[in-house]
Design a binder for this molecule. Sequence first.
Ligand code: HPA
Length: 278
Amino acid sequence: MDEKALQKKLDESIDYIRKQTAVQPEIALILGSGLGDFAETIDIEDKIPTAEIPHFPRSTVEGHKGYLVFGYLEKLPLMIVQGRTHYYEGHSIQDVGFVVRVMAELGVKVLLVTNAAGGVNPRFRPGDLMIIVDHINFLFNNPLIGPSIPEEARWPDMYNCYDESLVDLVEQTGIDLKIPLRKGVLFVSSGPSYETASEVRMVQRLGGDAVSMSTVPEVLIARARGIRVAGISCITNLATGISSQPLSHKEVTEIANQVKDKFQKLVHEVILRIGKQR
Ligand code: HPA
């Protein structure tokens, strides 16, 4: 695919979305495993099944509903990705990040990414929320490989990848709402297998605090487009070897469900404060 073909794909997706919604989002949110319910708490104007949008990959994971939700949080126009696609589902990494190219075309300036992650830092506990301060990309791939459109940086700088002022904003919101928050580095590999105990020891040595199978493709595209990024991980389990128990996707979604209230409260307030910052 060349640059023109990429632009054409984007144009066709945007044309379809613009026909479905008049909302012009400036802030976008990607909801991770088990965290999708937040979308129901906003004033929804339009809910578009991603399966109907040209060129969108289909989400196949249980606990992930595939919708783009457009609406308002106290008059703030939002776009929410409910049911992200993962690289391990077999999509190309460019397709996994495609939704962020769409966001950029729609005018999004700030992206809040969320995910479920395993705790590697021994101080972390299931149910903790972690502000992502940086990531380590262990996907051995990058969604920016291939054609790049003129609006995108060819060699995006990873300085301030997770915007420091947004990290501070999330941290302060946690303090004000009395929701304890961790801070840490997210280590991302493809999955779908969870890590071995030896891999988790490697992650510790390399400086990761939590492990996940998502987020990096979307964040890299966002940075190439100059979208500011904030990230919150829900620590749904202790990573293999940190915990002596086997882990399961059920455990991940159950813990995500347990932290739902504090997660939603935090995200709600974070979005309002980002809105006030504009
Ligand atoms: N490893 C990788 N991804 C995850 C985990 C984990 O332990 N928990 C939730 N997502």
